[in-house]
Design a protein around this ligand. Structure first.
Ligand code: PNS
Length: 167
């Protein structure tokens, strides 16, 4: 039976760190679902649809992944999807406490589900969506940190002419 994993997150926006994890997950699992959390209380820079489009554009070169939007509990989504694992990235020790708590809470809620922590490439361990948003908001070049489709979307959002290569 195909083993399916879910990679959940805000992806606001998708970074090269997320992409790195998607590629690593595809090497481990038969099927991968990227799950974009929708949170009306949290003001996201990009809408659900924009975040989905960016993920779709940035993963065209990979074998097929499913992209879904969800709210509510992650364990309910994984149960609906029949997924056996949740993928999360661990960049630094500072990620650990929050991730550890989430993993244990998810296990409490759904014991059969495993959380799998993957470590991204060392050259992008400092990368986060919030840093990318901040750098881009102030006109910094994020072209080496995100897929060109994401760079273009950031340029559009911050009303700058751009071709996706940071210009
Ligand atoms: O990219 P993020 O913002 O670090 O992702 C966090 C996410 C979406 C994985 C987490 O907030 C989540 O799972 N939200 C869904 C609600 C839920 O299940 N909460 C209980 C987990 S302990």
């Amino acid at each position: 039976m195909a083993i399916r994993a879910v990679y959940p997150g805000s992806f606001d926006p998708l970074t090269n760190g997320h992409l790195d994890l998607i590629e690593r997950s595809l090497r481990l699992f038969d099927e991968l679902v990227v799950a974009v959390v929708t949170n009306p209380a949290k003001t996201a820079l990009f809408t659900d649809n924009e975040r989905i489009e960016m993920i779709r554009d940035a993963t065209r070169h990979l074998r097929e992944i499913e992209i879904v939007v969800f709210d509510g509990l992650l364990v309910d989504l994984t149960a609906r999807l029949g997924a056996r694992a949740i993928i999360r990235g661990l960049r630094a020790v500072s990620d650990f406490e929050y991730e550890f708590q989430m993993a244990l809470m998810n296990r409490q809620l759904f014991p059969e589900l495993e959380t799998v922590f993957l470590v991204p490439s060392v050259d992008i361990t400092y990368l986060s969506s919030s840093l990318v948003r901040e750098v881009s908001r102030h006109g910094g070049d994020v072209s080496g940190l995100v897929h060109p489709a994401v760079a273009e979307a950031l340029n559009r959002r911050f009303s700058r002419p751009g071709n996706g290569s940071g210009g």
